[in-house]
Design a protein around this ligand. Structure first.
Ligand code: DGL
Length: 258
């Protein structure tokens, strides 16, 4: 059965990383309403076993379905690596991940590298879509962003440490974690001249095209976003605001409700 086009689009991540995708979605689809779910009690996902992240993804997808959404955007590379394509095959509404759009953006480049969480890099999920010349897990980047330190000298030190063995002739680098676009300026200082590939815009374009084709665009939406978090609400609001997201409506979800 076709979902009601007036329903919101569900977007989820382990924390604030998915806000990079939410922003692009809102720009591409200004008439849509969104439910954004940040699993802040369990962030980071990237150090956890893929099977556990897969379970989290199923729990959150189930929660969003119960709230009523017409599509789900898995705005997290780790959860996309762990739970796609099985989530999209099992659910009756469209489900979008962030890997394929990023890979499509990167494909025209000759020598492509990947940075991501340990789980994403070790899953080799990106290699389903394109060959990689180099890849590196950068587990400290997510906590740095969640701590609000994306422009801090400590972020530059950490970036230099992770990227020191990147090949000199790398043309493009996939930011294989939705938290990493917040570190773009820092990454540019370390790898000047390398094209940084951020999946947000490409994902938003793909979602917009698919909703249009499926006749699921909201004819009268109000551009509202309701945020759900599993961790502390106030610290999420403050951090999201520092990242440019005005959080008007925010609810806390107990893990036992998932
Ligand atoms: N934003 C998530 C991703 O794209 C971060 C994962 C984490 O929580 O470690 O992979």
């Amino acid at each position: 059965m076709r979902p009601d086009p007036k329903l919101p689009i569900g977007v989820f991540d382990s924390g604030v990383g998915g806000l990079t995708v939410l922003k692009a979605l809102r720009e591409a689809l200004p008439k849509e309403d969104f439910l954004y779910f940040g699993d802040t009690a369990r962030v980071p996902y990237g150090q956890k076993p893929l099977g556990m992240v897969r379970r989290f993804a199923w729990e959150i997808a189930g929660f969003l379905l119960r709230k009523g959404v017409k599509a789900i955007v898995v705005a997290c590379n780790t959860a996309s690596s762990a739970a796609l394509p099985e989530l999209s095959e099992a659910l009756s509404i469209p489900v979008f991940g962030v890997l394929e759009p990023a890979a499509e953006e990167a494909r025209p480049h000759a020598k492509v590298g990947l940075i991501g969480t340990t789980a994403t890099v070790e899953s080799r999920a990106y290699e389903r879509f394109l060959p990689l010349a180099w890849s590196k897990a950068c587990p400290l980047f997510v906590p740095l962003v969640e701590e609000g330190l994306w422009n801090d000298p400590v972020a530059l030190l950490v970036a230099k440490h992770y990227l020191e063995d990147a090949p000199e002739d790398l043309e493009a680098l996939i930011l294989g974690c939705t938290h990493y676009p917040f570190l773009k300026e820092t990454l540019r200082q370390v790898l000047p001249g390398v094209q940084l590939i951020d999946s947000a815009q490409a994902t938003a374009r793909k979602v917009a095209e698919a909703l249009h084709t499926l006749g699921l665009l909201n004819p009268q939406g109000g551009g509202q976003t309701l945020h759900y978090v599993t961790g502390d609400a106030e610290s999420y609001r403050v951090l999201a605001q520092r990242l440019g997201e005005e959080v008007a409506e925010l609810k806390t979800v107990a893990l036992s409700e998932l």
